[in-house]
Each structure stands twice: as structure tokens, then as C-alpha cells.
Design a protein around this ligand. Structure first.
Ligand SMILES: [Zn+2]
Length: 707
């Protein structure tokens, strides 16, 4: 089995392998990568905001790490934990150009995925090879050998450049390579195709070369899990110190949100940063440093190692935040704006922007907050609104449903401005979910009835469930697809949880539908992937919000006690998978979590109908609809109803599901009745046992969805 089986068109590939050391053991070039790049690299407008000859003086901090990659340097590996807009990818590209031109050999670049590898090749490698005359010549010499130059394999005189994705083991173990560029390693999967760590797989390709070099770069991710942080810590840990223009003391630029030094600004009336006032306060003399001072500070900077000589000096690691971005790239004012927005969002329990800022701007790992929640604290603040009523502020209702072996569980959540949310109803429907909706006793028929029964808004109007997400990832997948397809017109979605960190709460659907033989039907139902990890972080973050308003999570005191227990059941732990840390959500053995799963699905349904993107105009439209409904609604003493319902529910409350009247009656009994036809609207009668406000006639059921 030849190493080049994947690339049969690479004519003399086997020669390259067999002559490895001899062919490439040429006398080391004395030119450094920086010197070479200044003389030879022409930046393309496709690839760079500053097209033209490469200017090393724009990023003075890049010189030392880049020159560690020069052929005469004894350093074997360079690690860059750098923020966005600092030019770290440029270092990799310059090194590749240098290798092609002055020290050719077998080289591999690894990107997190095959798709990113293709994009990198087209957007980064191709323009460089086209624009820089020295490189154009080298690669052109091989043009006659027809399609040797493909997206993922560039051949040049004396070597080749393979571009691989860390999500495909085949690409990573295809051939021996002398030089390796591992780009954005924190985006790599922990395990690729069951063959282990993609970094280790790629590094193993270098073992036959003694004069090998490696560049490893990334912005960072979660503390304790980040690959780049682990690699950075294990080496000499260099920081870039620049002199204060006033007292001339060298120092590392730090964000300093909780310190006296660092980036500071004055606030405008709306609380946002006054861009004119942005300055850096010197750690030593307290003087104000303006961003234009970078022009003199950066060239006078120096790398200082925390652990000089670590790993025998063979591995060097460098940290650099976006505070050092050259003038005109990413300004301190932009950073201040981003920080302000991130902090505002974090106040509503949404830490996702803050995480992005810490990872990609400060180039630091992020420690998840709010990764566990206190059921007692949440229960203690429960409010006195009855179930099936939506308090003022809640303007649209979504539901999440979970399918178990012997029952369906569903929760309805109301949403308002700033994603403030109210848990407004909960039902458990016993029955065999394998029974299709048309069969007597099917819990699906009862779910339809529950979904269609309008709730009562605090204004007196009726309000319906707009969208429902049903979990298809557990039991009875095919029945869920069938149900979702049948009720697609009422925004019923079949969803499937995907716990990949960072995944969107709801993404585009994929087509999957199975017929009753379990075969896939072309053009059938869709399943929507739900980023359960992301949704849980958001929900747990929001449960920490202490003041009613944006992000706040309201619960009704009328809920059975187990709901708070279930919704707070999980927490984040670090697990080791094949020796690599991984942060995941777990629930203690034996603890139930249906309320949490359903909350996640209801959130996905809300995101599906665009709740996070709603402008005030959207909310006003909901309000107008409710006002219209109010005129039509029957007069009702809501206050009296509220008190009565709360009293009822308190009497019925228990700590385990079996103890509550709600579950033993109601939907379970409905199941024995013939299932109602899917349309028209259900009878205007609430068949739930209790708790609920007194029965009232509801007109225009479902009208809220038709707008
Ligand atoms: Zn100073």
C-alpha cells in the first residue's frame, strides 16, 4: 500500500518518499522567512486588505516567531495563541512560500475540516502563488504535468503541498511530510474516524524526517479543553512587551476590565463607549496611551518568555491579543464596542458574545459560567400566575415535546422582548407513542389537542402556541417525523439534539423521512438539528439573571415541584475521551431531565420563528393582535381566577410526577376517546384536569399564528 494511493496522478511520488532525507538535506539557506517574505511576497487583493509587497514593519511582533521557522533556526515547533486580526495566518502563508521557493519538500497544512481546507487553498494559497513571481515560477514549471495542481494538492519543483481537513483521517495519514502547519487546532475534532487525535495522526507523518518543522496556531476555546492553550503552556510562554511612550517601561498590553491599567473609556448617555475617549492606561505611570502610539510602540516591542528554555528551546510558544493589531486593522474602539455589547448580552444571561470576545480578541480561554443551576433558588422566586395563562410581557408562545417509551411530555414557554421567558404550561400524556395519531388511545392526538388549545393572556385575550419542536432523537423517530409532517402547517418541527459545542440553537434542516418500513423517503419530512449545548448554556446563564427584564426566566408557582428539579438536573463536567479533555453536559444517574430537554426544544422553536431577531416592531405587532383579541374576549375576572387556580395547584403539588393529579387524569383519559380529526379547530373546552383558570369560551383559536 503506497503512501500516495490517494494521489495516483502524482507521477514520481514514490521517488520523493524513497529519497526523502537525501534529496532535502541541501545546505541550509541563510535567508530568514521574514527577509524572504519582504523580498518575494506580493499580497493579493483577494487575500489581504493591504495588497502589494509584504511589509514586515506592519506586524513587528511577527518577526521572531516567523524567523523560528527559518531553515537555519534550531526551533522545531512554533505555537501561536493569537487573537483575530493580528496576522497569524500570514505567518503560515509566508512560511509556505518560503519553503516552496528556498527549501522545497513535502509539506502539509491541516485545517479543521475538509471544506475549510478547500477554502484555505482557494482563498489563501492560490492567490499567493499567483501574485508572487518567485512562487508563480516554481508552481508553473509543473503546469505541463496537467492536473497535478488540484485544490488539495499543489505540486512544485522538489516537493508538494497537501491541504487536509482534520475531520478526515484518510487525508491526514496519506503521506510522509517534512513540514507541518496545523492551523486553528482548537477547531479540530477530538477523534477523527475512530483513529484518535487528528494532531497526533498528522504529526506521525513527520517521524521519518530529522529536519522537520511544525507551526501550530489557533484562537482558543474553553479553559481546560483548549489544545492551543495546552501546547502554549507546555513551551516557553512568550508575551510581547511594548514600552510606554511616557515612562518607557515595557509591559504586556492587557484588557484590564477589572484592573486600574488597560483599555479605558468614558460612556455616552446610552452607556456605550465614547470612541473618542478610548485610551490605554499605563500599568506603571498611569499615563494615557492613545492608539496612534502603536506606531512607535510596536517596533520597539520585544518577546519575553515566562519559561525560557522550556523543552530545550526546541518549542517556542507566543501569546498575542488583538490589542496589538496594527493601526487600521482592528481598533481599540471596535474592541470597546464589542466588549460593551458582550457585557450587555451577558447581563441577560447570554454569555456567547463574551466568550467570542475572550477567545478571539483576548486570545484567552473562556471559563463557562452558569454551568449549573440551583433548583431551590429558582423555585423560591416562582410567581403566582396560573398555568395556561401568559403574564404581561409574554407575547408569543412556543412548545417543546419529548417522546418517552410510554408517554409524551410537553412544556409551553412564552417569550417577550429581550428573550424574557415564562414557563406557562406542562403536560404529561401517557400512552404508547407507537400508536399513530389516527389510532384510538394515541398520545399524539392528545398532544395535538393540547397544542391547539389557546392559552389565556393576562390582557384577557386568547393566545395560541405558534411553534412546537418535538424530539425525534429518542423513541419512535418515524412517528415523530410523521407527526411533524402532518402538522407542518402549524410549525411543528421534528428536532434532534446535537451536543457539538458552539452549534447554533437551531440550524437548517436536513431531509429525512422514513416510510412505515423504515426506509428513507426522498423529499420527505425534515429534521432540525438543535445545538443542545449552546441552548443549555444560554438557559443556565439566564436562570442566573436576578432581575425581571431581558433574559429573565419566570416560572409559575403552580408547577409541580419536580419541574424545577428536572430543569436544573444537568451540569457541565470535564471528561477525558482517549486522553483528551472534553466539556459536556451530564445529568446525575437516575435524575430525570425532561423539563430541561423540553425547555431546550421550546427555545429551538422560538429561535425557529425568529424570536431572537425580533425588533420592537415585531413585538408591537404581537401586542396589537392581543389588543384586538381583547375586544373579542369574554369579560372575565382574571384576578379572581388567578387566585383560585394558584390555590388549586398548591393543593395538587407534589415532588414526583406520579403524585400529581395533572398526570393521572386529563390527557391520559383523553387517549381513550377517538382521536379528533387534525382539522378543524378543537372543541373549545379545556379537558385538562387542573390546574387551570375557569373554563372560558375561546374564539378564533389559532389566530395568533396567522399573521
Ligand atoms: Zn508609563
Amino acid at each position: 500500500m503506497g503512501a500516495f494511493d490517494q494521489f495516483p496522478f502524482l507521477a514520481d511520488a514514490d521517488d520523493i518518499v524513497s529519497e526523502q532525507e537525501d534529496e532535502y538535506a541541501s545546505p541550509p539557506a541563510l535567508q530568514s522567512v521574514t527577509t524572504w517574505a519582504e523580498a518575494s511576497i506580493i499580497l493579493s487583493a483577494k487575500d489581504s486588505a493591504e495588497p502589494g509587497p509584504y511589509r514586515a514593519d506592519r506586524t513587528p511582533y511577527a518577526r521572531e516567531p516567523m524567523d523560528c521557522l527559518s531553515q537555519h533556526s534550531a526551533v522545531e515547533e512554533v505555537i501561536l495563541m493569537w487573537g483575530a486580526q493580528t496576522g497569524k495566518t500570514r505567518i503560515g502563508s509566508n512560511w509556505l512560500g518560503y519553503l516552496i521557493d528556498t527549501n522545497p519538500g513535502p509539506v502539509m497544512i491541516v485545517q479543521p475540516t475538509i471544506d475549510m481546507a478547500k477554502r484555505y487553498s482557494r482563498q489563501r494559497v492560490a492567490p499567493m502563488l499567483e501574485e508572487s513571481p518567485a512562487l508563480r515560477r516554481k508552481v508553473r514549471e509543473n503546469r505541463s504535468r496537467d492536473d497535478a495542481n488540484t485544490t488539495l494538492l499543489k505540486e512544485f519543483a522538489g516537493g508538494f503541498l497537501a491541504v487536509a481537513g482534520a475531520n478526515s483521517a484518510a487525508g491526514l495519514r496519506s503521506m510522509p511530510v517534512r513540514d507541518l502547519f496545523l492551523d486553528e487546532v482548537d477547531g479540530y475534532p477530538m477523534d477523527v474516524d475512530g483513529e484518535g487525535d487528528p494532531c497526533a495522526l498528522a504529526e506521525a507523518r513527520q517521524s521519518t524526517f530529522s529536519r522537520r518543522k511544525r507551526l501550530r496556531t489557533s484562537t482558543s476555546t474553553t479553559r481546560g479543553v483548549s489544545r492551543i492553550e495546552a501546547a502554549y503552556q507546555a513551551a516557553d510562554r512568550c508575551h510581547f512587551e511594548v514600552p510606554c511612550p511616557h515612562c518607557h517601561t515595557h509591559q504586556v498590553l492587557e484588557w484590564g476590565a477589572d484592573k486600574a491599567h488597560g483599555i479605558k473609556w468614558d460612556r455616552l448617555d446610552d452607556g456605550s463607549p465614547d470612541r473618542e475617549s478610548i485610551r490605554y492606561v499605563c500599568q506603571h505611570c498611569g499615563s494615557e496611551i492613545r492608539e496612534h502610539h502603536k506606531a512607535s510602540m510596536l517596533p520597539a516591542g520585544r518577546w519575553v518568555a515566562e519559561a525560557p528554555g522550556a523543552q530545550g528551546g526546541r518549542v517556542r510558544s507566543f501569546h498575542l491579543s488583538s490589542l496589538y493589531a496594527p493601526l487600521g486593522w482592528l481598533s481599540w474602539a471596535q474592541l470597546a464596542d464589542e466588549w460593551h455589547k458582550a457585557i450587555e448580552a451577558a447581563r441577560t444571561g447570554d454569555s456567547s458574545l463574551l466568550r467570542v470576545f475572550v477567545n478571539t480578541r483576548l486570545a484567552e480561554t473562556y471559563e463557562e459560567q452558569g454551568d449549573k443551576a440551583d433548583q431551590h433558588a429558582l423555585r423560591k422566586r416562582a410567581e403566582a400566575y396560573p398555568l395556561r395563562t401568559v403574564p404581561h410581557g409574554g407575547l408569543v408562545v412556543t412548545a417543546g415535546a419529548d417522546v418517552q417509551g410510554d408517554r409524551l411530555e410537553a412544556y409551553a414557554w412564552a417569550w417577550g422582548r429581550g428573550e424574557e421567558s415564562w414557563l406557562v404550561d406542562h403536560t404529561i400524556i401517557y400512552g404508547d407513542p407507537a400508536l399513530p395519531e389516527s389510532e384510538p388511545g394515541s398520545p399524539w392526538a392528545a398532544l395535538t389537542e393540547w397544542r391547539r388549545l389557546p392559552l389565556q393572556h393576562a390582557s384577557g385575550a386568547a393566545i395560541s402556541i405558534t411553534a412546537t419542536a418535538v424530539d425525534s432523537g429518542g423513541h419512535h423517530t418515524d412517528l415523530v417525523y410523521r407527526y411533524a409532517r402532518r402538522h407542518a402547517g402549524e410549525h411543528v418541527l421534528a428536532v434532534k439534539g446535537a451536543s457539538t459545542p458552539g452549534r447554533a440553537i437551531i440550524a437548517k434542516p436536513s431531509q429525512v423521512e422514513f416510510n412505515h418500513h423504515g426506509k428513507r423517503i426522498k423529499g420527505g419530512a425534515q429534521v432540525w438539528l438543535v445545538g443542545t449545548d449552546t441552548a443549555k448554556h444560554l438557559l443556565y446563564g439566564r436562570m442566573q439573571v436576578q432581575e425581571a427584564g431581558p433574559g429573565y426566566v419566570h416560572t409559575s408557582a403552580a408547577l409541580p415541584g419536580y419541574v424545577w428539579k428536572q430543569i436544573t438536573a444537568e451540569r457541565v463536567v470535564t471528561r477525558y475521551v482517549k486522553g483528551h479533555p472534553r466539556r459536556e453536559w451530564v445529568k446525575p444517574a437516575g435524575r430525570r431531565n425532561e423539563a430541561l430537554d423540553c425547555a431546550v426544544y421550546a427555545m429551538a422553536a422560538a429561535w425557529h420563528i425568529g424570536v431572537p431577531r425580533h425588533t420592537d416592531a415585531h413585538w408591537q405587532r404581537y401586542e396589537a393582535r392581543l389588543r384586538q383579541g381583547d375586544l373579542l374576549a369574554l369579560t372575565l375576572d382574571t384576578e379572581a381566577a388567578t387566585l383560585e387556580a394558584v390555590a388549586q395547584s398548591e393543593a395538587a403539588q407534589g415532588d414526583e410526577p406520579q403524585a400529581t393529579a395533572t398526570e393521572q387524569q386529563g390527557p391520559q383519559q383523553q387517549g381513550a376517546k377517538p382521536a379528533p380529526a387534525p382539522r378543524p379547530e378543537p372543541p373549545p373546552q379545556d379537558t385538562r384536569a387542573q390546574p387551570r383558570p375557569p373554563k372560558r369560551h375561546v374564539r378564533r383559536a389559532g389566530w395568533v399564528t396567522k399573521w
